[in-house]
Design a protein. Structure first.
Length: 327
């Protein structure tokens, strides 16, 4: 589940004053590094980070060094490479060094730089929340496609176990819902989600409300058009098989779900039927090894119709889709 860094959308080539760099220019020629061991240009900073990452046996150390500088300057991935002569401000150098040190210590890239891309959003992330993944972007896409096919706007979307707020904020910014409600049992996760909601507020079409509590417990009073979730779905005994960057860094509450990995999925299937309006959509990301079990649980419940499993971009059974029966 290696995070694949993508483009920072704010800024463009040449906006060095905003991103913490300035042109080296004649006035800086021959100055060298500022202070002992301090990189003065973007190129020198890249060289330094590459050495730190390479010493830690990080694969593609040069590329990761480039991506770290792009992240801390909030610029596109190509920017550091084509602006090597720009002078990096002290704050940029310090932030990049901290990120490289965390990456060298084993932190996933998104945690090291403190940000992750999700669809068109850039979100703050840390160890309190799961790192948003590309598969989950597909879940959002399925929900948006379904809502558009209905030919109407409005209704409430509920994101269960919101973590960083990725799903909720994507639906609020891209969808045409009246309101989006996001729940999480973790106070730390809700704090991250709240900060992200403030960060992307200009892009939101619908208000986002955060509620504290386990799964659907905080929305018993709601009649939702959509219930969507990327719940924990890994069995406890499978922990050893996970990559160290996942097992040792990401929050266990967002990863593990009972002895067989189905506890949260089964609970959401059971309780969502009480929250969804007639014809409303339940959309879940599931473990590809347990997709059939999730579909069987929805069918056995008896309150759903149009139960289907959809594939992710890699062709794996990844998403459970079901509609609430009308009666």
């Amino acid at each position: 589940m290696r995070w694949r860094w993508r483009t920072w959308r704010r800024g463009s080539v040449g906006e060095g004053a905003r991103c913490g760099v300035r042109g080296a220019g004649r006035e800086n020629a021959g100055r060298g590094t500022r202070g002992a061991g301090r990189a003065s240009t973007v190129g020198e900073l890249l060289d330094e980070l590459e050495r730190v990452l390479g010493a830690a046996s990080i694969a593609e150390a040069r590329a990761e060094a480039r991506d770290i500088v792009a992240a801390v300057t909030d610029m596109p991935r190509f920017w550091p490479t084509v602006n090597k002569s720009e002078v990096a401000e002290e704050a940029v150098v310090d932030a990049a060094r901290r990120a490289a040190a965390r990456r060298a210590a084993g932190a996933p890239f998104a945690y090291a730089v403190g940000r992750a891309a999700f669809r068109h959003l850039t979100l703050d992330v840390d160890e309190r929340v799961l790192i948003p993944r590309q598969e989950t972007e597909g879940l959002v896409e399925l929900v948006l496609e379904w809502a558009a096919s209905e030919g109407r706007a409005g209704g409430i979307a509920v994101d269960v176990g919101t973590g960083s707020g990725a799903i909720a904020l994507a639906l609020a910014s891209e969808g045409r819902f009246e309101r989006v409600i996001a729940t999480d049992v973790s106070a730390g996760a809700l704090a991250v989600a709240r900060a992200n909601a403030e960060r992307v507020a200009p892009a939101l079409r619908a208000p986002v409300e955060l509620r504290s509590g386990a799964l659907l417990a905080p929305v018993r009073d709601v009649r939702a058009r959509v219930v969507v979730s990327n719940p924990p779905y890994i069995a406890h005994h499978e922990a050893r098989s996970l990559p160290a960057g996942v097992r040792d860094w990401e929050p266990p509450v967002a990863l593990f779900s009972g002895a067989e990995g189905m506890a949260a999925t089964e609970a959401i299937i059971r309780d969502a039927a009480e929250v969804l309006e007639p014809g409303g959509l339940l959309a879940l990301e599931v473990d590809s090894r347990r997709a059939a079990l999730a579909a069987e649980a929805a069918l056995a419940d008896g309150r759903y119709r149009d139960v289907a499993v959809r594939l992710d971009l890699a062709g794996r059974e990844r998403f459970l889709m079901a509609r609430r029966r009308d009666a």
